[in-house]
Design a protein around this ligand. Structure first.
Ligand code: NI
Length: 160
């Protein structure tokens, strides 16, 4: 016959259940232009304005990456920010900073260098890296100036 004391077990560690979204900003400076090879000079100018200049212009881009995960009780963190910074350096800054997006980034060889396409490019690079840390990529906000930015939350036909 067992006593009450025998049946009392040590409490199991409480699994992490508190989910928090962390936002980390990465900055890069890049040049680009908007033009379609099948259009004439005049047609490109009409469609894209000054951005059609093939000598390019630049932006100081700011990318806000939102990742969500559970707070690890032992660390009090969703993600080690050092790890997140390293991923952003490898997947965002290294391939894009001080580059001409049209001429130096393969993804844009057959795509316009719009913020919309840039968001998809960055999503495709970041998602597998964040998945490997059990982090959910919630959204990206990418700004080329104070008054122009796009937000992307995944979905749609992500280019290969
Ligand atoms: Ni531009």
């Amino acid at each position: 016959m067992s006593s009450v004391a025998d049946t009392v077990e040590k409490p199991l560690p409480v699994p992490p259940t508190t989910r928090v979204t962390v936002i980390r900003r990465a900055k890069f400076a890049a040049a680009h232009f908007l033009r379609l090879p099948e259009l004439s000079e005049a047609e490109n100018l009409q469609r894209f304005g000054a951005s059609s200049n093939a000598l390019a212009h630049g932006h100081n881009y700011e990318l806000d990456v939102q990742v969500a995960g559970l707070i690890v009780p032992e660390t009090g963190m969703v993600v080690n920010l050092k790890d997140l910074k390293q991923i952003l350096n490898q997947e965002v800054v290294a391939p894009l900073d001080f580059k001409n997006l049209n001429l130096q980034v393969d993804f844009f060889q057959d795509r316009l260098t719009t913020l919309e396409n840039l968001a998809q490019y960055l999503w495709a690079r970041l998602k597998p890296r964040l998945d490997s840390l059990s982090l959910e990529l919630i959204g990206l906000k990418i700004a080329e100036s104070d008054d122009l930015y796009v937000e992307y939350y995944g979905g749609g036909d992500l280019p290969a």
